[in-house]
Ligand binder design. Structure first.
Ligand code: NAI
Length: 464
Protein backbone atom coordinates (compact mmCIF):
# COMPACT_ATOMS: atom_id res chain seq x y z
CA UNK A 1 0.00 0.00 0.00
CA UNK A 2 1.26 3.46 -0.91
CA UNK A 3 1.75 5.62 2.17
CA UNK A 4 2.07 9.29 1.41
CA UNK A 5 4.78 11.25 3.23
CA UNK A 6 5.41 14.05 0.76
CA UNK A 7 2.93 16.11 -1.27
CA UNK A 8 3.54 18.79 -3.87
CA UNK A 9 0.79 21.16 -4.97
CA UNK A 10 1.26 23.14 -8.18
CA UNK A 11 -0.63 26.45 -7.89
CA UNK A 12 -0.63 28.62 -4.76
CA UNK A 13 -3.93 30.37 -5.47
CA UNK A 14 -7.31 30.57 -3.76
CA UNK A 15 -7.65 26.78 -3.86
CA UNK A 16 -4.09 25.43 -3.66
CA UNK A 17 -3.08 27.71 -0.78
CA UNK A 18 -5.93 27.10 1.69
CA UNK A 19 -6.46 23.44 0.74
CA UNK A 20 -2.87 22.43 1.21
CA UNK A 21 -2.43 24.58 4.32
CA UNK A 22 -5.26 22.59 5.91
CA UNK A 23 -3.79 19.26 4.73
CA UNK A 24 -0.48 20.28 6.35
CA UNK A 25 -2.20 21.35 9.56
CA UNK A 26 -4.15 18.11 9.84
CA UNK A 27 -1.31 15.81 8.73
CA UNK A 28 1.88 16.89 10.55
CA UNK A 29 3.54 13.66 9.33
CA UNK A 30 3.21 14.71 5.66
CA UNK A 31 5.52 17.30 4.11
CA UNK A 32 3.45 19.63 1.93
CA UNK A 33 5.15 21.95 -0.55
CA UNK A 34 3.06 24.45 -2.50
CA UNK A 35 4.76 25.78 -5.60
CA UNK A 36 3.90 28.53 -8.05
CA UNK A 37 5.57 30.31 -10.96
CA UNK A 38 4.38 33.61 -9.54
CA UNK A 39 7.30 34.79 -7.39
CA UNK A 40 5.39 37.65 -5.78
CA UNK A 41 2.63 35.28 -4.69
CA UNK A 42 5.08 32.83 -3.13
CA UNK A 43 6.93 35.68 -1.41
CA UNK A 44 3.61 36.83 0.07
CA UNK A 45 2.84 33.31 1.33
CA UNK A 46 6.28 33.34 2.97
CA UNK A 47 5.92 36.85 4.43
CA UNK A 48 7.13 36.94 8.03
CA UNK A 49 3.93 38.75 8.92
CA UNK A 50 1.37 36.02 8.37
CA UNK A 51 -1.35 38.64 7.92
CA UNK A 52 0.21 39.50 4.55
CA UNK A 53 -0.51 36.15 2.89
CA UNK A 54 -2.09 36.75 -0.52
CA UNK A 55 -5.45 35.09 0.12
CA UNK A 56 -7.79 36.57 2.69
CA UNK A 57 -9.93 33.90 4.36
CA UNK A 58 -11.15 33.89 7.97
CA UNK A 59 -8.89 31.60 10.02
CA UNK A 60 -6.37 30.99 7.24
CA UNK A 61 -3.48 33.01 8.65
CA UNK A 62 -3.71 30.98 11.88
CA UNK A 63 -3.54 27.70 9.95
CA UNK A 64 -0.55 28.93 7.96
CA UNK A 65 1.15 30.21 11.10
CA UNK A 66 0.79 26.78 12.73
CA UNK A 67 2.12 24.68 9.85
CA UNK A 68 4.46 26.91 7.87
CA UNK A 69 8.10 25.94 8.36
CA UNK A 70 7.04 22.75 10.19
CA UNK A 71 5.63 20.66 7.34
CA UNK A 72 4.20 23.37 5.07
CA UNK A 73 6.47 25.11 2.58
CA UNK A 74 5.95 27.62 -0.24
CA UNK A 75 8.45 27.65 -3.08
CA UNK A 76 9.07 28.62 -6.70
CA UNK A 77 11.28 25.57 -7.25
CA UNK A 78 8.60 23.57 -9.02
CA UNK A 79 10.89 20.84 -10.39
CA UNK A 80 12.35 19.99 -7.03
CA UNK A 81 9.00 19.84 -5.24
CA UNK A 82 7.58 17.55 -7.94
CA UNK A 83 10.55 15.21 -7.81
CA UNK A 84 10.44 14.95 -4.02
CA UNK A 85 6.72 14.18 -3.83
CA UNK A 86 4.84 10.90 -4.02
CA UNK A 87 1.62 12.74 -4.75
CA UNK A 88 1.32 15.86 -6.92
CA UNK A 89 -1.82 18.01 -6.87
CA UNK A 90 -2.51 20.21 -9.87
CA UNK A 91 -4.36 23.30 -8.66
CA UNK A 92 -3.68 25.79 -11.43
CA UNK A 93 -6.12 28.17 -13.07
CA UNK A 94 -8.47 26.87 -15.76
CA UNK A 95 -10.17 30.02 -17.04
CA UNK A 96 -12.56 30.37 -19.96
CA UNK A 97 -10.71 30.43 -23.29
CA UNK A 98 -10.22 33.91 -24.72
CA UNK A 99 -9.10 32.84 -28.22
CA UNK A 100 -9.61 30.24 -30.94
CA UNK A 101 -12.11 27.39 -30.95
CA UNK A 102 -14.34 27.47 -27.87
CA UNK A 103 -13.48 31.14 -27.22
CA UNK A 104 -15.70 32.49 -24.44
CA UNK A 105 -17.07 29.04 -23.61
CA UNK A 106 -14.58 26.18 -23.16
CA UNK A 107 -11.92 25.91 -20.48
CA UNK A 108 -8.39 26.94 -21.38
CA UNK A 109 -6.32 23.92 -20.43
CA UNK A 110 -2.91 25.23 -21.41
CA UNK A 111 -1.75 25.54 -17.77
CA UNK A 112 -2.89 21.98 -17.07
CA UNK A 113 -0.99 20.65 -20.05
CA UNK A 114 2.14 22.57 -19.05
CA UNK A 115 1.94 21.01 -15.59
CA UNK A 116 1.51 17.52 -17.02
CA UNK A 117 4.52 17.97 -19.30
CA UNK A 118 6.62 19.33 -16.46
CA UNK A 119 5.66 16.48 -14.15
CA UNK A 120 6.49 13.97 -16.89
CA UNK A 121 9.86 15.57 -17.57
CA UNK A 122 10.94 15.86 -13.96
CA UNK A 123 9.66 12.63 -12.39
CA UNK A 124 12.11 9.83 -11.75
CA UNK A 125 9.90 7.88 -9.36
CA UNK A 126 6.27 6.68 -9.58
CA UNK A 127 3.70 9.31 -8.65
CA UNK A 128 0.03 9.82 -8.05
CA UNK A 129 -1.22 12.90 -9.90
CA UNK A 130 -4.34 14.54 -8.47
CA UNK A 131 -6.50 16.89 -10.49
CA UNK A 132 -7.60 19.53 -7.97
CA UNK A 133 -8.43 22.16 -10.59
CA UNK A 134 -11.95 22.09 -12.00
CA UNK A 135 -11.70 20.41 -15.40
CA UNK A 136 -13.89 19.38 -18.30
CA UNK A 137 -14.99 15.77 -18.10
CA UNK A 138 -12.36 13.46 -19.67
CA UNK A 139 -9.39 15.77 -19.06
CA UNK A 140 -7.69 12.99 -17.10
CA UNK A 141 -7.41 11.12 -20.38
CA UNK A 142 -5.28 13.89 -21.87
CA UNK A 143 -3.20 14.25 -18.69
CA UNK A 144 -2.56 10.51 -18.66
CA UNK A 145 -1.64 10.53 -22.33
CA UNK A 146 0.94 13.29 -21.86
CA UNK A 147 2.42 11.68 -18.76
CA UNK A 148 2.80 8.28 -20.35
CA UNK A 149 4.12 9.51 -23.69
CA UNK A 150 6.60 12.10 -22.50
CA UNK A 151 7.71 10.62 -19.15
CA UNK A 152 10.84 8.78 -18.08
CA UNK A 153 9.19 5.37 -17.97
CA UNK A 154 7.87 5.79 -14.41
CA UNK A 155 4.26 4.95 -13.49
CA UNK A 156 1.61 7.58 -12.97
CA UNK A 157 -1.88 7.21 -11.60
CA UNK A 158 -4.25 10.08 -12.32
CA UNK A 159 -7.01 10.86 -9.83
CA UNK A 160 -9.74 13.47 -9.88
CA UNK A 161 -10.33 15.24 -6.56
CA UNK A 162 -12.30 18.41 -7.23
CA UNK A 163 -12.51 21.05 -4.53
CA UNK A 164 -15.88 22.13 -3.16
CA UNK A 165 -14.74 24.86 -0.76
CA UNK A 166 -16.51 28.20 -0.95
CA UNK A 167 -14.42 31.34 -0.74
CA UNK A 168 -15.12 33.22 2.48
CA UNK A 169 -15.62 29.99 4.41
CA UNK A 170 -12.73 28.01 2.91
CA UNK A 171 -11.05 26.98 6.16
CA UNK A 172 -14.27 25.75 7.78
CA UNK A 173 -15.27 24.00 4.57
CA UNK A 174 -11.90 22.25 4.39
CA UNK A 175 -11.86 21.24 8.04
CA UNK A 176 -15.44 20.02 7.96
CA UNK A 177 -16.50 19.29 4.37
CA UNK A 178 -19.94 17.93 3.41
CA UNK A 179 -17.98 15.41 1.37
CA UNK A 180 -14.68 14.80 -0.35
CA UNK A 181 -14.87 13.32 -3.83
CA UNK A 182 -12.14 11.11 -5.28
CA UNK A 183 -12.35 9.58 -8.75
CA UNK A 184 -9.92 6.90 -9.91
CA UNK A 185 -9.53 3.96 -12.24
CA UNK A 186 -11.29 0.70 -11.40
CA UNK A 187 -8.13 -1.43 -11.86
CA UNK A 188 -6.04 -2.45 -8.79
CA UNK A 189 -3.38 0.25 -9.38
CA UNK A 190 -6.09 2.90 -9.69
CA UNK A 191 -7.81 1.69 -6.54
CA UNK A 192 -4.51 1.68 -4.65
CA UNK A 193 -3.98 5.31 -5.63
CA UNK A 194 -7.53 6.19 -4.55
CA UNK A 195 -6.88 4.51 -1.20
CA UNK A 196 -3.67 6.50 -0.71
CA UNK A 197 -5.61 9.75 -1.11
CA UNK A 198 -8.50 8.50 1.04
CA UNK A 199 -5.92 7.81 3.77
CA UNK A 200 -4.68 11.41 3.62
CA UNK A 201 -8.19 12.85 4.09
CA UNK A 202 -9.14 10.21 6.66
CA UNK A 203 -6.71 11.91 9.05
CA UNK A 204 -9.55 14.30 9.88
CA UNK A 205 -12.61 13.50 7.76
CA UNK A 206 -15.03 10.67 8.65
CA UNK A 207 -14.69 7.87 6.12
CA UNK A 208 -18.37 7.96 5.15
CA UNK A 209 -17.94 11.51 3.90
CA UNK A 210 -15.19 10.49 1.49
CA UNK A 211 -16.93 9.44 -1.73
CA UNK A 212 -15.14 7.45 -4.39
CA UNK A 213 -16.27 7.21 -8.01
CA UNK A 214 -14.79 6.66 -11.43
CA UNK A 215 -12.68 9.50 -12.80
CA UNK A 216 -15.29 10.80 -15.23
CA UNK A 217 -18.10 11.01 -12.67
CA UNK A 218 -15.79 12.93 -10.37
CA UNK A 219 -14.70 15.42 -13.05
CA UNK A 220 -18.29 15.96 -14.18
CA UNK A 221 -19.71 16.23 -10.65
CA UNK A 222 -17.75 19.39 -9.97
CA UNK A 223 -19.17 21.14 -13.04
CA UNK A 224 -22.65 19.92 -12.17
CA UNK A 225 -22.39 21.01 -8.52
CA UNK A 226 -21.51 24.56 -9.57
CA UNK A 227 -24.21 24.57 -12.26
CA UNK A 228 -26.86 23.53 -9.70
CA UNK A 229 -25.74 26.14 -7.18
CA UNK A 230 -25.69 28.94 -9.74
CA UNK A 231 -29.03 27.78 -11.12
CA UNK A 232 -30.65 28.29 -7.71
CA UNK A 233 -29.38 31.86 -7.62
CA UNK A 234 -30.57 32.62 -11.15
CA UNK A 235 -33.93 31.02 -10.37
CA UNK A 236 -34.60 33.21 -7.33
CA UNK A 237 -33.21 36.26 -9.14
CA UNK A 238 -35.64 35.69 -12.01
CA UNK A 239 -38.45 35.65 -9.44
CA UNK A 240 -37.11 38.86 -7.87
CA UNK A 241 -37.93 40.74 -11.05
CA UNK A 242 -41.45 39.38 -11.03
CA UNK A 243 -41.81 40.35 -7.36
CA UNK A 244 -40.89 43.93 -8.19
CA UNK A 245 -43.80 44.08 -10.63
CA UNK A 246 -46.38 42.40 -8.39
CA UNK A 247 -45.75 43.68 -4.84
CA UNK A 248 -44.67 40.23 -3.77
CA UNK A 249 -41.54 40.23 -1.64
CA UNK A 250 -38.75 37.88 -2.76
CA UNK A 251 -37.50 37.34 0.81
CA UNK A 252 -40.97 36.17 1.80
CA UNK A 253 -41.26 33.98 -1.28
CA UNK A 254 -37.81 32.48 -0.60
CA UNK A 255 -38.78 31.70 3.00
CA UNK A 256 -42.09 30.22 1.93
CA UNK A 257 -40.57 27.88 -0.64
CA UNK A 258 -37.37 27.19 1.31
CA UNK A 259 -39.22 25.62 4.22
CA UNK A 260 -40.28 22.83 1.85
CA UNK A 261 -37.69 20.20 2.71
CA UNK A 262 -37.52 19.14 -0.94
CA UNK A 263 -36.36 22.66 -1.87
CA UNK A 264 -34.41 23.63 1.26
CA UNK A 265 -33.52 27.13 2.49
CA UNK A 266 -29.95 27.58 1.23
CA UNK A 267 -28.88 29.54 -1.83
CA UNK A 268 -32.25 31.23 -2.16
CA UNK A 269 -31.09 34.78 -1.54
CA UNK A 270 -31.90 37.19 -4.33
CA UNK A 271 -29.09 39.58 -5.19
CA UNK A 272 -27.48 41.74 -7.83
CA UNK A 273 -26.17 38.49 -9.37
CA UNK A 274 -23.53 35.88 -8.67
CA UNK A 275 -19.84 36.43 -9.31
CA UNK A 276 -16.63 34.59 -8.54
CA UNK A 277 -14.18 32.84 -10.77
CA UNK A 278 -16.08 29.57 -10.92
CA UNK A 279 -19.83 29.61 -11.51
CA UNK A 280 -19.84 31.32 -14.88
CA UNK A 281 -16.70 29.58 -16.13
CA UNK A 282 -17.89 26.13 -15.11
CA UNK A 283 -21.38 26.54 -16.57
CA UNK A 284 -19.97 27.86 -19.83
CA UNK A 285 -17.75 24.81 -19.85
CA UNK A 286 -20.75 22.53 -19.28
CA UNK A 287 -22.62 24.28 -22.09
CA UNK A 288 -19.64 23.94 -24.41
CA UNK A 289 -19.17 20.26 -23.67
CA UNK A 290 -22.89 19.58 -24.17
CA UNK A 291 -22.86 21.42 -27.51
CA UNK A 292 -19.76 19.57 -28.62
CA UNK A 293 -21.71 16.32 -28.12
CA UNK A 294 -24.63 17.78 -30.11
CA UNK A 295 -26.83 18.09 -27.00
CA UNK A 296 -28.44 21.39 -27.96
CA UNK A 297 -31.31 21.30 -25.46
CA UNK A 298 -29.00 20.44 -22.58
CA UNK A 299 -26.66 23.27 -23.56
CA UNK A 300 -29.47 25.82 -23.94
CA UNK A 301 -30.97 24.83 -20.59
CA UNK A 302 -27.80 25.58 -18.65
CA UNK A 303 -26.84 28.61 -20.70
CA UNK A 304 -30.00 30.30 -19.50
CA UNK A 305 -28.48 30.44 -15.98
CA UNK A 306 -25.76 32.75 -17.30
CA UNK A 307 -28.13 34.80 -19.43
CA UNK A 308 -30.32 35.40 -16.36
CA UNK A 309 -27.30 36.41 -14.28
CA UNK A 310 -26.09 38.91 -16.88
CA UNK A 311 -29.61 40.32 -17.03
CA UNK A 312 -29.74 40.72 -13.24
CA UNK A 313 -26.50 42.71 -13.10
CA UNK A 314 -27.53 44.95 -15.97
CA UNK A 315 -31.03 45.43 -14.59
CA UNK A 316 -29.59 46.57 -11.25
CA UNK A 317 -27.45 49.22 -12.95
CA UNK A 318 -30.26 50.42 -15.20
CA UNK A 319 -32.63 50.66 -12.21
CA UNK A 320 -30.18 53.04 -10.58
CA UNK A 321 -30.13 55.21 -13.69
CA UNK A 322 -33.92 55.15 -13.97
CA UNK A 323 -34.40 55.98 -10.32
CA UNK A 324 -31.99 58.90 -10.49
CA UNK A 325 -34.32 60.62 -12.98
CA UNK A 326 -32.89 58.82 -16.00
CA UNK A 327 -29.48 60.38 -15.76
CA UNK A 328 -26.44 59.70 -13.63
CA UNK A 329 -24.13 61.87 -15.72
CA UNK A 330 -21.78 63.68 -13.36
CA UNK A 331 -23.52 62.21 -10.32
CA UNK A 332 -21.53 60.54 -7.58
CA UNK A 333 -22.55 57.01 -6.71
CA UNK A 334 -20.91 55.30 -3.74
CA UNK A 335 -20.22 51.58 -4.02
CA UNK A 336 -20.14 49.64 -0.77
CA UNK A 337 -18.24 46.48 -1.63
CA UNK A 338 -16.26 45.32 -4.64
CA UNK A 339 -15.40 41.68 -3.72
CA UNK A 340 -17.68 39.09 -5.30
CA UNK A 341 -18.87 38.04 -1.84
CA UNK A 342 -18.11 38.85 1.77
CA UNK A 343 -15.07 37.58 3.66
CA UNK A 344 -12.85 37.31 0.61
CA UNK A 345 -10.57 39.70 -1.25
CA UNK A 346 -11.32 37.90 -4.52
CA UNK A 347 -12.99 40.12 -7.13
CA UNK A 348 -13.05 37.83 -10.14
CA UNK A 349 -16.33 38.20 -12.07
CA UNK A 350 -17.73 40.32 -9.24
CA UNK A 351 -21.10 41.89 -10.05
CA UNK A 352 -19.63 45.23 -8.91
CA UNK A 353 -17.35 45.31 -11.96
CA UNK A 354 -20.24 45.04 -14.41
CA UNK A 355 -22.51 47.44 -12.55
CA UNK A 356 -19.67 49.98 -12.46
CA UNK A 357 -19.06 49.49 -16.16
CA UNK A 358 -22.71 50.22 -17.00
CA UNK A 359 -22.77 53.30 -14.80
CA UNK A 360 -19.50 54.61 -16.24
CA UNK A 361 -21.07 54.28 -19.69
CA UNK A 362 -23.74 56.63 -18.34
CA UNK A 363 -20.98 59.02 -17.19
CA UNK A 364 -21.50 58.51 -13.48
CA UNK A 365 -18.61 59.06 -11.09
CA UNK A 366 -18.12 56.21 -8.67
CA UNK A 367 -16.37 56.03 -5.34
CA UNK A 368 -15.70 52.56 -4.01
CA UNK A 369 -15.14 51.32 -0.50
CA UNK A 370 -14.33 47.67 0.17
CA UNK A 371 -12.77 46.49 3.43
CA UNK A 372 -10.41 44.00 1.75
CA UNK A 373 -9.92 44.95 -1.89
CA UNK A 374 -7.05 47.23 -2.91
CA UNK A 375 -7.47 50.08 -5.39
CA UNK A 376 -5.08 48.58 -7.95
CA UNK A 377 -7.27 45.48 -8.15
CA UNK A 378 -10.36 47.60 -8.78
CA UNK A 379 -8.69 49.42 -11.67
CA UNK A 380 -7.28 46.14 -13.03
CA UNK A 381 -10.79 44.63 -13.04
CA UNK A 382 -12.22 47.57 -14.99
CA UNK A 383 -9.28 47.81 -17.37
CA UNK A 384 -9.60 44.08 -18.10
CA UNK A 385 -13.06 44.67 -19.58
CA UNK A 386 -11.50 46.96 -22.17
CA UNK A 387 -14.62 49.14 -22.38
CA UNK A 388 -12.61 52.36 -22.06
CA UNK A 389 -9.01 53.44 -21.52
CA UNK A 390 -7.34 52.98 -18.12
CA UNK A 391 -7.14 56.77 -17.89
CA UNK A 392 -10.90 57.09 -18.24
CA UNK A 393 -11.46 54.35 -15.66
CA UNK A 394 -9.21 56.27 -13.24
CA UNK A 395 -11.13 59.44 -13.98
CA UNK A 396 -14.51 57.84 -13.39
CA UNK A 397 -13.68 55.75 -10.33
CA UNK A 398 -11.99 56.69 -7.08
CA UNK A 399 -11.32 54.37 -4.19
CA UNK A 400 -11.72 55.34 -0.57
CA UNK A 401 -10.38 53.71 2.58
CA UNK A 402 -13.22 55.15 4.60
CA UNK A 403 -16.87 54.26 3.98
CA UNK A 404 -18.16 57.59 5.31
CA UNK A 405 -15.89 59.52 2.96
CA UNK A 406 -16.99 57.27 0.09
CA UNK A 407 -20.64 58.14 0.72
CA UNK A 408 -20.14 61.87 1.36
CA UNK A 409 -21.85 64.07 -1.24
CA UNK A 410 -23.16 61.05 -3.11
CA UNK A 411 -26.53 60.99 -4.83
CA UNK A 412 -26.86 57.30 -4.19
CA UNK A 413 -25.26 54.30 -2.51
CA UNK A 414 -25.14 50.88 -4.14
CA UNK A 415 -24.47 47.87 -1.90
CA UNK A 416 -22.62 45.33 -4.04
CA UNK A 417 -21.12 42.97 -1.45
CA UNK A 418 -22.78 41.63 1.69
CA UNK A 419 -19.99 42.58 4.14
CA UNK A 420 -21.40 42.40 7.70
CA UNK A 421 -19.86 45.73 8.71
CA UNK A 422 -22.17 47.65 6.34
CA UNK A 423 -25.18 46.74 8.48
CA UNK A 424 -23.86 48.53 11.56
CA UNK A 425 -22.69 51.78 10.02
CA UNK A 426 -23.90 55.07 11.46
CA UNK A 427 -26.52 55.50 8.75
CA UNK A 428 -27.76 58.81 10.16
CA UNK A 429 -24.26 60.22 9.73
CA UNK A 430 -24.12 58.87 6.17
CA UNK A 431 -27.54 60.35 5.39
CA UNK A 432 -26.53 63.75 6.72
CA UNK A 433 -23.50 63.81 4.41
CA UNK A 434 -25.36 62.88 1.21
CA UNK A 435 -27.18 64.90 -1.43
CA UNK A 436 -30.96 64.67 -1.19
CA UNK A 437 -33.03 62.73 -1.97
CA UNK A 438 -30.51 60.21 -0.59
CA UNK A 439 -30.98 56.87 -2.30
CA UNK A 440 -29.78 53.39 -1.43
CA UNK A 441 -29.81 50.47 -3.82
CA UNK A 442 -29.29 47.41 -1.67
CA UNK A 443 -28.05 44.78 -4.11
CA UNK A 444 -27.75 42.21 -1.33
CA UNK A 445 -30.85 42.94 0.73
CA UNK A 446 -28.73 43.11 3.88
CA UNK A 447 -29.58 46.52 5.32
CA UNK A 448 -32.48 47.33 7.64
CA UNK A 449 -34.71 49.07 5.10
CA UNK A 450 -37.31 50.13 7.64
CA UNK A 451 -34.71 51.88 9.76
CA UNK A 452 -33.16 53.56 6.72
CA UNK A 453 -36.54 54.82 5.54
CA UNK A 454 -37.20 56.25 9.00
CA UNK A 455 -33.96 58.24 8.67
CA UNK A 456 -35.13 59.59 5.32
CA UNK A 457 -33.43 57.39 2.75
CA UNK A 458 -35.24 56.24 -0.39
CA UNK A 459 -34.41 52.52 -0.42
CA UNK A 460 -34.66 49.98 -3.24
CA UNK A 461 -33.94 46.33 -2.53
CA UNK A 462 -33.92 43.39 -4.90
CA UNK A 463 -37.30 41.78 -5.46
CA UNK A 464 -39.36 44.00 -3.20
P1 NAI B 1 -5.71 31.02 -8.95
O1 NAI B 1 -5.58 31.74 -10.24
O2 NAI B 1 -5.95 31.78 -7.68
O3 NAI B 1 -4.41 30.14 -8.72
C1 NAI B 1 -3.78 29.37 -9.69
C2 NAI B 1 -2.27 29.52 -9.51
O4 NAI B 1 -1.63 28.56 -10.36
C3 NAI B 1 -1.71 30.87 -9.91
O5 NAI B 1 -1.05 31.45 -8.79
C4 NAI B 1 -0.75 30.56 -11.06
O6 NAI B 1 0.42 31.37 -11.03
C5 NAI B 1 -0.39 29.12 -10.78
N1 NAI B 1 0.11 28.39 -11.95
C6 NAI B 1 -0.45 28.29 -13.18
N2 NAI B 1 0.30 27.49 -13.98
C7 NAI B 1 1.34 27.08 -13.24
C8 NAI B 1 2.45 26.23 -13.50
N3 NAI B 1 2.61 25.63 -14.68
N4 NAI B 1 3.35 26.01 -12.51
C9 NAI B 1 3.19 26.61 -11.29
N5 NAI B 1 2.16 27.42 -10.99
C10 NAI B 1 1.24 27.65 -11.95
O7 NAI B 1 -6.87 29.95 -9.17
P2 NAI B 1 -7.80 29.27 -8.06
O8 NAI B 1 -8.96 30.13 -7.73
O9 NAI B 1 -6.95 28.75 -6.97
O10 NAI B 1 -8.39 28.06 -8.90
C11 NAI B 1 -7.60 26.94 -9.26
C12 NAI B 1 -8.51 25.85 -9.77
O11 NAI B 1 -9.42 25.44 -8.74
C13 NAI B 1 -9.38 26.27 -10.95
O12 NAI B 1 -9.51 25.17 -11.82
C14 NAI B 1 -10.71 26.57 -10.31
O13 NAI B 1 -11.77 26.37 -11.19
C15 NAI B 1 -10.76 25.56 -9.20
N6 NAI B 1 -11.61 25.91 -8.06
C16 NAI B 1 -11.64 27.18 -7.58
C17 NAI B 1 -12.41 27.49 -6.48
C18 NAI B 1 -12.42 28.88 -5.95
O14 NAI B 1 -13.27 29.15 -5.08
N7 NAI B 1 -11.58 29.78 -6.38
C19 NAI B 1 -13.21 26.48 -5.79
C20 NAI B 1 -13.07 25.18 -6.34
C21 NAI B 1 -12.30 24.93 -7.44
Amino acid sequence: MTKITSICCIGAGYVGGPTMAVVAKQCPHIKVTIVDLNEARIAAWNDVDVNNIPVYEPGLSEVVAEARGRNLFFSTDVDRAIEEAEMVFISVNTPTKTYGAGKGMGADLKWIELCARQIARVSKTDKIIVEKSTLPVRTAEAVRDILHNTGNGVNFQVLSNPEFLAEGTAVDDLLNPDRVLIGGDANPEGQEAVQALVDVYANWIPRERILTTNVWSSELSKLVANAYLAQRISSINSISELCEKTEANVNEVARAIGTDSRIGPKFLKASVGFGGSCFQKDILNLVYISRSFGLQEVADYWEQVIIMNDHQKKRFALNIVKDLYNTVSGKKIAFLGWAFKKDTNDTRESAAIYVADELLNEQATIQVYDPKVEDKQIYADLDYLGTRSPDLNKKGVTVSEDPYAACADAHAIAVLTEWDEFIDYDWQRIYDGMLKPAKIFDGRNILDHKKLRAIGFKVSGIGM
